[in-house]
Ligand binder design. Structure first.
Ligand code: 4AD
Ligand code: MG
Length: 464
């Protein structure tokens, strides 16, 4: 067995205890006094541990050839450090080299500053860097905190399917799943593909959202959520869009929009607190190297009430802002990212819960308000990134729902199981979707969602 570096640095071993650590060399510095200082990291925390190797070690000639990313196993004595910058170090009794780095001069992750774009091109090696290591620990901390939050509040985690036949968002941005032989696709006389010959006997896709499926469990289990991968064939080459991203989608029965707006606020505050408590090492790095405000802005969010604003009022604010927006503002338009950013960054300076959007720019399942023009929808807009959450109260009234389907030229039969939820014991219910990568980007201050997911999928890029 061996000790995680995090445990040794946290003082879980006594001074003069013998421990084994295993990891990768970050840097090596030799002293004229006949010893070497080797920083070893193993991913368990931000800081590497300093190992001191004396030239009396039998393989000292090997030790002075160690370079960045060589893997090592060290048996040594825990010492209070006399040097600056670390409290605990290890005096090596022995150091075994497990794996050399061939040709250190051309090693792509040599210890120097690389641009974030360069790291993205080496996605298989970038987890070894400070920044991606920190992102990975924060991402993990956030996902554990999400599950803990819902568990503590009595929610059930529902595994919704990845292969689906329905287009939840109705935006036609779905990836098709098919086993048909592309060279020999069965089709009718007009050239329409005959999906009866396909694996599932019908046309299927990768899910864009687990919402419709999780609504079925909501109308039986009351408080549920999904947390899984979702897919969008949206041709958006931006810093906040991925073709494959993870989404957290709670769905709550006997609830209206204000219930889930509060739930979203509580969830964000809970996970931010968890990161501040558990990953201050990584957050300190982000504050020093990525965005100096990342810690203070999380603290401010945790300690203040979210601003709630109606879409209609936001339009007035944008019109009166005196700003020349690229996309003109008038009631009925969808807010573009420049609008969202103006509102969250300049007007409010904190996350906003934007509510009651025009029905024509929102999905078919959202509940129509009494004005017949708007729906009980909400988006949460965060400074620096824009929309991180989209949600709504769902239309639970069958007659209203059917009128809406007809208005949008959608086919009742395609929604027969979804209509059943309204036919048999319908209840008011509401939910939202939190884009996990946008959350991680907001928390870490990392600008591009491609750098907060291990293997980003974007238009034209599916490496690995
Ligand atoms: O606003 P959206 O499309 O809402 C839904 O999918 C609802 N069915 C959710 C629900 O009510 N259960 O997506 C929700 C969130 C967005 O606010 C955004 O954070 C994220 O998912 N998102 C993306 N993240 C990365 N890349 C993309 N292409 C994304 N599209 C949406
Ligand atoms: Mg949305």
């Amino acid at each position: 067995t061996y000790a995680p570096v995090a445990d040794v640095l946290a003082g879980k071993y006594g001074v003069n205890d013998t421990v084994t650590i295993k990891g990768w060399v970050r840097t090596r510095r030799d002293s004229k006094a006949g010893l070497s200082f080797i920083n070893v990291h193993d991913g368990s925390c931000f800081d590497p541990i300093q190992v001191i190797a004396l030239n009396t070690l039998e393989n000292y000639d090997e030790i002075i050839r160690l370079t960045t990313s060589c893997s090592v196993s060290v048996i040594g004595t825990v010492k209070q450090s006399e040097g600056q910058g670390q409290s605990i170090e290890i005096d090596a009794q022995s150091l075994e080299v497990l794996g050399w780095v061939e040709n250190p001069d051309t090693y792509p992750m040599a210890a120097k500053r690389h641009s974030i774009e360069y790291l993205r091109e080496h996605a298989h090696l970038r987890p070894r860097t400070n920044i991606i290591g920190a992102v990975t620990r924060v991402r993990n901390c956030l996902s554990q905190a999400v599950h803990r939050f819902f568990h503590e509040q009595g929610y059930f985690w529902i595994s919704t399917p990845i292969i689906t036949a329905s287009d939840t968002e109705g935006a036609g941005e779905m990836f098709r799943v098919s086993t048909l032989d592309m060279m020999n696709i069965p089709h009718d006389e007009q050239g329409n593909v005959d999906y009866r010959e396909d694996f599932f006997g019908k046309e299927t896709f990768l899910t864009v959202s687990g919402q419709l499926n999780v609504e079925t469990y909501c109308t039986a289990m009351s408080k549920v959520y999904t947390f899984g991968p979702t897919f969008r064939a949206e041709n958006s080459n931006t810093s906040r869009h991925l073709a494959e991203f993870w989404m957290i989608e709670p769905e709550v029965a006997f609830a209206d929009l204000s219930t889930v707006a509060k739930l979203a606020e509580d969830l964000l505050k809970y996970v931010f607190k968890a990161v501040l408590e558990e990953r201050l090492d990584d957050m300190t790095f982000f504050a020093q190297r990525v965005n100096k405000d990342v810690i203070t802005r999380l603290e401010n969010v945790v300690n203040s009430e979210f601003v709630r604003m109606d879409y209609t009022d936001a339009i007035e604010i944008l019109k009166n802002s005196g700003k020349a927006f690229e996309f003109p503002v008038e009631w009925g338009v969808d807010l573009s990212s420049e609008h969202e950013r103006y509102l969250a960054e300049e007007h409010v300076g904190a996350p906003i819960i934007m509510q009651n959007y025009p029905k024509d720019i929102k999905a078919f399942y959202m509940r129509i308000n009494d004005d017949n023009k708007t729906v009980a929808a909400m988006d949460i807009l965060a400074p620096g990134i824009g929309e991180i959450i989209g949600g709504s109260q769902r239309e639970e009234r069958l007659d209203v729902f059917d009128r809406r389907l007809a208005e949008m030229s959608l086919n009742q039969e395609d929604y027969s199981w979804y209509r059943d939820l309204r036919r048999y014991g319908t209840v008011p219910h509401a939910g939202f979707g939190l884009g996990f990568e946008r959350l991680v980007a907001y928390v870490t201050g990392v600008q591009n969602v491609r750098d907060v997911i291990p293997f980003p999928r974007t238009p034209g890029n599916a490496q690995y």
